[in-house]
Write a protein that binds this ligand. Sequence first.
Ligand code: UD1
Length: 417
Amino acid sequence: MDSFIINGGKPLEGEICISGAKNAVLPIMAATIIKSARYKIHNVPNLKDTRTMISLLEESGAKVKFDKNILFINTESCNNPLAPYKLVKTMRASFYMLGPFMSRFNTATVSLPGGCAWGPRPVDFHIKALKEMGANIVLKDGNIICNGKLKGGLIEFNKKSVGATGNIIMAAARAQEPTEILNAACEPEIVDLCNFVELMGINIEGIGTNHLTIYPNNDDISEIKHFVIPDRIEAGTFMIAALMTKGDVTISNVNPNHLEIVIKKLREAGAIIDIEESSIRVIYNGKINPVDIETKEYPGYPTDLQAQWMSLMTLSNGSSNIIENIYKDRFTHISELIRFGAEISFENNQAIIKGIKNLIPAPVMSTDIRASASLILAALTADGESSISRIYHIDRGYEDIELKIKKIGGAIKRINS
Ligand code: UD1
């Protein structure tokens, strides 16, 4: 199992290019099932999760080639609407296969994902909505077995869910009637999925809002090209790293509009931020102020940047609060950050972080993708050698992370222990 050894204490300085968004490309890859065609998708990050999604597509009969961040997917020979446990258990986003399978084949067998490091992560919204659209669903041998020609209709989610919104958009793409979704998620990754689905001739009204109407379309298509949006979570991680290491980092290939709340919070924390059309420069300006955050659906502060913000706040010149509203148990990084000397307490879904002057190096263990990122940030500031084990989590979501960190002056190396 690989680990990182990090020699911290140096400011990160320089420029790095942000990869395509993992959470956008995964549903887009699943969406290629909807219509039999050839797809060319650019700006695809080479990650463990994208490779798992390739395996899922191949399992269903698709032909896939992945070459230098370009994915060539041919779904003409797809004939097996099955997402098996061996793949679903390694990546919950495999559940995105359900909507596209129903759209194209009117049947799907998708393994039910389990919980994860942040506690239970139910899929009840996906199932309820598909039933309301006319699907017949049973659970057998740990699999969701879904059948029926979907009618469409009105779906109202109790809570905004990125995954359920994406799945229902894809399920609705070839239904008999339009589907209206109320209380839909409007994350940039959902917008990217909508734009991709529209290329297949399916009109979607209300893109970027919480009220979507999907007008199905069954016309044949042959070839589709798409460029995936930049990864706002990877970008936010490096922006936080710039301030936390007292550095000066420019990140390019980003969409600053997707990062408004992060830019606002970093400015409150004392960073100087210069914004260009597709790049952002973050400069440390002598202090890290304590700044509270509360995670919310987009355009609120993203839960996927909560752990990294907590890491930053451990070095602030005061006390700050973090409230986690999306995944109330998403605090596995706290006990590892405390190993670096951080002073953090928490109760229910609220953490209080008392800023200290310096973190001290430590051996720590990563528990999920974003928690791992928070530990890397902490290690980069701690003066001396830290090690981070179980970094397979980080390889699921951050492309070439050690190359990018090295490029801006961080001393990080991967070892196989
Ligand atoms: C996606 C992201 C993940 C991010 C999360 C929230 C991908 C691949 N993953 O996950 O990185 O942290 O959005 O921005 O894009 N819920 C239910 N029942 C359901 C579905 C969701 O109760 O059927 C709840 C969840 O427990 C959670 C909330 O709804 O409290 C939001 O979850 P959701 O937006 O669905 O997260 P994911 O799509 O799984």
